[in-house]
Design a protein around this ligand. Structure first.
Ligand SMILES: Nc1ncnc2c1ncn2[C@@H]1O[C@H](COP(=O)(O)OP(=O)(O)OP(=O)(O)O)[C@@H](O)[C@H]1O
Length: 296
């Protein structure tokens, strides 16, 4: 299967500090990928490496089978909507579409004009006078009309109200259905990612903690609640992702491919948010038994 993004031992260091390290992932085409992690985890760094705006300090990365941003042809295959909905305040909506047409060989002028009309954005309106939601929609329109094979969006909805967020994500989903491209989208809003993503990457402290198809991740992770127990006493095939204890009770999030038969546990399924929070658990590794990195 074609990979949209493949990284092998990828790392980026600023001075002495690693912003991203030992990142090895292989994302198949056709997914809407959610990239999530706390502030400073390295999400923007990974996205900038994927678009060729940064060069790796270690390891390698290919996007759609080629080095990112290496040639004009490669640039045309990847769309990027940067953080803070990047539009030019002094230019009108129509100016943006004209610039898009000049700069992008595969520009879909009909789609751009239709989308702008549907959104009710007046062509003569200056981008600086648009609301945050309208600016985000204009930036998305530019990204979509480029007709990329991969569209990368860095926290596109962070500053939008819930309704504008919903409309933005709805527009993105409709476009992926109509034009069949892959998406990588970073966000802190796991509930949004839950609605649209079928592949998840969790980055914590510059490292990929987990990556894989959401259905597979949810099928192989469970919450176990029961009498207090030392994680060392769990079966070897139950990898502890997070652990919480009270005097009498333990709650573990574990990853396992095998069914859980121990009757002393109450086993519950996780939501995507539970899964993300478990991997973001910052308790000392000693309490977790295994420093997990899961990929598929
Ligand atoms: N140009 C830079 N110079 C020095 N350090 C940087 C630079 N850009 C990023 N960093 C550092 O690299 C780390 C990762 O930053 P990055 O922006 O990739 O994180 P992020 O996960 O996107 O964070 P956020 O969710 O806050 O946007 C942070 O510690 C950040 O301070």
């Amino acid at each position: 299967m074609t990979s949209v993004l493949r990284a092998q031992g990828l790392g980026k260091r600023y001075g002495k500090r690693w912003a991203l390290r030992e990142c090895t992932i292989d994302i198949p085409a056709g997914h809407v990928v959610g990239l999530v992690g706390p502030n400073g985890a390295g999400k923007t760094t990974l996205l900038k490496l994927a678009t060729g705006q940064l060069q790796p300090t270690a390891g390698g990365i290919t996007v759609l089978g080629a080095p990112p941003g290496g040639t004009p042809a490669q640039l045309a295959r990847v769309g990027f909507v940067a953080q803070d909905t990047p539009v030019y305040a002094g230019l009108t909506v129509a100016d943006h579409l004209r610039a898009g047409a000049r700069l992008n060989p595969r520009w879909d002028a009909a789609m751009a004009s239709e989308r702008v009309a549907e959104l009710g954005l007046a062509p003569a309106h200056r981008a600086g006078k648009l609301s945050g939601g309208e600016r985000a929609q204009l930036a998305l329109t530019l990204g979509l009309a480029k007709r990329p094979e991969l569209l990368i969006l860095d926290e596109p909805v962070a500053s939008l109200d819930p309704l504008a967020r919903r409309e933005f994500l709805q527009g993105l989903m409709e476009a992926t259905v109509a034009h069949e491209f892959s998406v990588v989208l970073s966000s802190h809003l796991v509930s949004d990612l839950e609605r649209i993503c079928d592949y998840l990457i969790v980055l914590v402290d510059s490292r990929v903690r987990v990556a894989g198809e959401v259905d597979w991740l949810l099928a192989t992770h469970h919450r176990l609640t029961g009498p207090r127990r030392d994680p060392e006493r769990l079966p070897a095939d139950q990898h502890v992702v997070s652990a919480r204890h009270t005097d009498r009770q333990s709650t573990f999030v574990v990853r396992t491919d095998a069914p859980i038969h121990d009757p002393s546990w109450v086993v519950t399924q996780l939501s995507m948010e539970d899964l993300v929070l478990a991997y973001m658990d910052k308790r000392p590794a000693a309490e977790r038994r295994t420093a997990l990195e899961v990929q598929r």
